[in-house]
Design a protein around this ligand. Structure first.
Ligand code: APR
Length: 238
């Protein structure tokens, strides 16, 4: 089957082999913090220093991790596929970009960006961010927050994502537990669910496995390069 428009959704499982802890494998704790204590706007209003410290720790982690074969294969797919590839990630790390992917939609935001709560500008930021950090645009402090989508906030670029889902003829979900919406519902939004093919690549069947036509269970680092070779027609005789 020749595909023309592919949408890829990735979750924490695609970064697991790069040493980034997934969420559900850590019984819902984020670096030993309860989610509601660090990943909500209420938590930020209540204790901004704790929340800034939590994200500074995770942002600093970016310097100590590297893309794995799954990230590299997805970048190769974007480069070599004769059609459109849209990569939507729930991950806030920069491993897809460092693997060479260019068109990445970070629907839950990015650790390497901060947003000014005063002038609403977004800035590339790799150092620690604190309540004393000044906005590069309006110069105010305290003003900067992680450009991360917290629980209860609207994920980014939902319209663009929905548009790509309704046009794609292949949807591949990689390394996500299918437990957090709206990403968990994407498989049901693909173009006329009957026509588009849907593949779930995950360590084990996710909560939404039954909504996928095809399942490939195992490690992303091993399975994704094989899938990309197939999609690029690599290794096919004749
Ligand atoms: N290869 C493939 N899949 C893996 C691997 C691996 N090496 N390791 C773990 N997995 C799978 C797990 O089996 C699990 O189903 O990846 C999935 C990771 O699921 P979660 O930890 O729930 O992460 P994710 O689905 O990305 O979470 C979605 O929830 O906490 C919020 O905003 C946060 O973006 C996150 C969202």
């Amino acid at each position: 089957m020749r595909y023309r428009e592919i949408v890829i959704l990735t979750g924490a499982g695609v970064s697991a082999e790069s040493g980034v802890r997934t969420f559900r494998d850590n019984n819902g704790l984020w670096e030993d913090h309860r989610v509601e204590d660090v990943a909500t706007s209420e938590a930020f209003a209540r204790d901004p220093n704790l929340v800034q410290r939590f994200y500074n720790l995770r942002r600093n982690q970016l310097h100590h991790i590297a893309p794995n074969p799954a990230h590299l294969a997805l970048a190769r797919l974007e480069r070599e596929f004769d059609g459109r590839v849209t990569l939507v990630t729930q991950n806030v790390d920069d491993l897809h970009e460092r693997a060479g992917s260019r068109d990445v939609i970070h629907m839950h935001g990015e650790l390497r960006r901060v947003r000014c709560t005063r002038c609403d500008t977004v800035h590339h930021w790799l150092d620690d961010c604190t309540q004393r950090s000044r906005c590069p645009n309006c110069g105010q402090a305290p003003s900067l927050r992680p450009n991360i989508v917290w629980f209860g906030e609207m994920p980014f670029e939902m319209e663009a994502i929905h548009d790509r889902l309704t046009r794609c003829d292949l949807f591949v979900s990689i390394g996500t537990s299918g437990s957090v919406y709206p990403a968990a519902g994407f498989v049901s939004n693909v173009r006329h669910a009957g026509e588009a093919h849907t593949i779930e690549v995950n360590l084990e069947p996710s909560a939404g496995a039954s909504r996928f036509a095809e399942h490939r269970n195992g490690k992303a680092g091993a399975l994704v390069p094989v899938l990309v070779d197939e999609l690029l027609g690599v290794g096919r005789s004749g």
